[in-house]
Write a protein that binds this ligand. Structure first.
Ligand SMILES: NC(=O)c1ccc[n+]([C@@H]2O[C@H](COP(=O)([O-])OP(=O)(O)OC[C@H]3O[C@@H](n4cnc5c(N)ncnc54)[C@H](O)[C@@H]3O)[C@@H](O)[C@H]2O)c1
Length: 290
């Protein structure tokens, strides 16, 4: 059985044109949550440039529509799928809508997220809960919503990949982020379980753990970067005076990463570039905490 599978892959590789770029995902359908800005937006543009058809989800429907316009202007294919990933029914509705439009889903990038920090003794159950929901429950529900499609024998040979997002907070802990660190650690076990259980359906699942990536989550907070989610007001940003956090002396590459650099790791994990990689976590941190 195993050797049959290896032979099939070898035949496929030998039969394919060696100049085909394994980072191409031509015709593959990609769902990216939280894709209106930051890392998700860069991933949407990059995946579209590599030939993917992109379903752009975000809470912010105006910004999501702009990303769709950008992709179409560049000759790519994209559709806006606005909505709150925290709504229990939303993951299934999202997948059903994408399947209705394109007939299949190859890649799921569970990117939507935010922080809601407090010191341990000041953390509330509500703040803890919403972070577990957005970084653990939602990715689980998104993946579960693909069950019948991805377990369908008619789609057995189709390439399928999940990319989940963790953080150095999840790998090493982080002061003031007991909720976020817990959830970003939990996503590692979730991902490995998908990789184990669904490899038989030709699904790969991997995580990328980011360090300091320059997005609104890590820029100084502004009045406009505030969102209301699940009845809670979430303020994005890290204050300029968070000196320890903003110190780059422990980052061997000496700077934060850009959203495009972050998105390239997602593309690696989603594309044939990583066809023999599953259940792992790649750290995209400029070397911080190595
Ligand atoms: N920027 C970093 O340094 C860093 C580090 C580690 C991990 N991460 C993770 O990377 C991911 C992307 O973050 P980013 O830095 O690009 O932040 P960002 O704020 O720029 O983008 C996040 C996007 O997710 C959307 N979103 C949030 N909650 C949502 C919901 N309930 N439903 C739908 N959309 C929702 C937001 O509207 C926003 O557009 C997050 O999971 C974050 O935790 C970021």
């Amino acid at each position: 059985m195993a050797s049959n599978r290896l032979r099939q892959v070898q035949q496929h590789l030998e039969g394919s044109d060696p100049v085909i770029d394994p980072s191409r995902i031509d015709g593959q359908v990609v769902v990216i949550t939280g894709a209106a800005q930051g890392i998700g937006r860069s991933a949407a543009l990059l995946f579209a440039q590599q030939g993917g058809k992109i379903a752009i989800n975000d809470l912010d429907k105006d910004k999501a529509a702009k990303v769709v316009e950008e992709i179409r202007r560049l000759g790519g294919e994209a559709e806006s799928c606005p909505g709150n990933v925290l709504d229990e029914q939303f993951p299934q509705q999202l997948m059903d809508a994408v399947l209705q439009k394109w007939g299949k889903i190859n890649i799921l990038v569970n990117n939507a997220g935010f922080c809601n920090d407090s010191a341990i003794h000041k953390m509330t159950e509500d703040k803890f809960d919403i972070i577990m929901k957005v970084h653990n429950y939602t990715p689980y529900r998104m993946i579960r919503a693909l069950s019948s499609h991805w377990m369908d024998p008619a789609f057995r040979e189709m390439p399928k990949a999940v990319v989940n997002v963790s953080s150095t907070s999840g790998l090493h802990g982080s002061m003031g982020q007991i909720n976020y660190a817990t959830a970003k650690s939990g996503i590692l076990g979730l991902t490995k379980t998908v990789a184990s259980e669904w490899s038989r359906y030709n699904v790969r699942a991997n995580t990328v753990a980011y360090g300091w990536i320059d997005t609104r989550i890590t820029r100084p907070p502004t009045e406009s970067e505030v969102m209301t989610v699940g009845g809670q007001v979430i303020k994005s940003g890290i204050p300029l005076n968070a000196k320890k956090w903003r110190d780059t002396s422990d980052i061997p590459l000496g700077r934060p990463g850009t959203a495009y650099e972050a998105a390239r790791v997602m593309l690696f994990l989603a594309s044939p570039m990583s066809s023999y990689v599953t259940g792992t976590c790649i750290e995209c941190t400029g070397g911080r905490f190595m």
